[in-house]
Design a binder for this molecule. Structure first.
Ligand SMILES: Cc1cc2nc3c(=O)[nH]c(=O)nc-3n(C[C@H](O)[C@H](O)[C@H](O)COP(=O)(O)O)c2cc1C
Length: 398
């Protein structure tokens, strides 16, 4: 009879030869590779969609989505930030019913997870923002449409079956900004989110490497080089495109003042991370803030947004809603942000993985998984509504 010692040795030898041993180190996570998903229903977590997206997309398109800037340090920091916050379990509270509804500027949404603006979704699925809008409609989620959307805001709102928010990149010429602002207001958008985190420029190195690795011609799947045909963009029609510049580094708070004077829409600033900027936003009459580093795509060596959130929340002191995005992949991530004072949490890549993998059905499943995980985390923490989620829900080691 073989000894326990030799049995163990044989088992270790077997493990070393098994494909499990060849897995890339996934940190503390245990990973059991299976066949790629064939249906969104088979996904356990939103991460399950990423591999399908990688297989479905041209390398350049996947690289554009996945990349951060420089060494992608901020991109990674966004995820790592959540590790410094733990949840406090509470027991023997009736958590059979959990209400995740949230109100933003008078509209109630089913859960506090919203769809961030991401540009040119045709690169991920032929139905693009329309598929995302139909998923948002099916799941009762808020959708923000990008300046560089592949479909017009009017068409997206129609597919959503209700108002969507619109995100504005700052064009250097005021007349162009005014034209877009008036158009989206006429389209029924209640909120304009002005993105300010790309004004300083950026170095999307990983994307550039992915593009170089992809030997196909850009014109095989879209209209020439990225950004080469501005006039074809649905939201750029009617603009003065001569010497067109977007995200000019000379932009200041004067721009926000002008936008506020031009529109009755609520004006939210996307891309703030500091208490100084939050205070300035209040002084300029801004209606809300999205704490964001563009999903690790603007500043390098930046902080995780979950780490920036508390100082913005403190400066705002409940006067306007503070939203946040960047690296949210689990319901437990969402509850941590809510505990730190966020009103709602945005997702970018997770729904793009879903969209690239299975179109509308993929985005729906991503929303379903994350909102379901949030409900589970709320039950574990003994919280039956969002209003009950406070600092006592977490232990923060930040
Ligand atoms: C492929 C891609 C395109 C994006 N395009 C835009 C955009 O057009 N406007 C904008 O304000 N933010 C844009 N973002 C940033 C997102 O709105 C959001 O801040 C970020 O994706 C959140 O981080 P996450 O991807 O880790 O969830 C983009 C992000 C990605 C990944």
């Amino acid at each position: 009879m073989a000894s326990i010692k030799s049995d163990r040795r044989r088992f270790l030898k077997y493990l070393a030869a098994s494909p499990l041993a060849a897995l890339p180190a996934a940190g503390w996570q245990t990973s059991f590779p299976g066949p790629p998903l064939t249906s969104p229903k088979d996904a356990f977590s939103v991460m399950d969609f990423e591999e399908v997206a990688r297989r479905n997309l041209p390398t350049a398109h996947f690289g554009y989505m996945a990349s951060g800037v420089d060494d992608d340090l901020t991109l990674r920091a966004n995820r790592e930030g959540f590790q410094h916050i733990e949840l406090r379990a509470r027991r023997l509270i009736d958590v059979s019913k959990v209400d995740t509804k949230v109100n933003l500027f008078g509209t109630t949404w089913d859960f506090p997870i919203f769809i961030c603006p991401t540009g040119a979704q045709k690169m991920f699925n032929p139905d693009a923002e329309l598929a995302t809008a139909r998923a948002a409609k099916a799941k009762g989620a808020l959708q923000i449409v990008s300046t560089v959307t592949s479909n017009s805001v009017e068409d997206v709102a129609k597919a959503r079956g209700g108002p969507v928010w619109y995100q504005l990149y700052v064009p250097a010429k005021w007349e162009n900004a005014e034209h877009i602002v008036k158009r989206v207001e006429a389209a029924g958008c209640p909120v304009l989110a002005v993105t300010v985190d790309l004004l300083a420029g950026r170095n999307t190195e990983t994307f550039k490497r992915a593009r170089r690795a992809d030997t196909r011609m850009c014109s095989d799947c879209h209209d020439g080089e990225p950004g080469s045909n501005l006039a074809a963009r649905p939201m750029f029609q009617g603009l003065d495109l001569k010497d067109f510049v977007m995200n000019s580094p000379s932009t200041t708070w004067d721009f926000i003042d002008r936008v506020k004077k031009t529109t009755k829409m609520k004006v939210v600033i996307k891309g703030l991370e500091s208490h100084e900027d939050a205070t300035a936003a209040l002084q300029h009459g801004v209606d809300g803030i999205i704490v964001s580093n563009h999903g690790g795509r603007s500043i390098e060596s930046g902080r995780a947004t979950i780490e920036s959130l508390p100082e913005v929340v403190a400066a705002v002191n409940g006067r306007i809603p503070v939203l946040v995005d960047g690296g949210f992949r689990r319901g437990t991530d969402v509850i941590k942000a809510l505990a730190l004072g966020a009103t709602a949490v945005g997702i970018g890549r997770p729904y793009l993985w879903g969209l690239s993998a299975f179109g509308q059905a993929g985005v729906e499943r991503v929303l379903e998984i994350m909102s379901g995980e949030l409900e589970l985390a709320m039950r574990q923490c003994g919280k039956t509504s969002l209003a009950k989620i406070d600092k006592s829900t977490i232990v923060s080691k930040l």
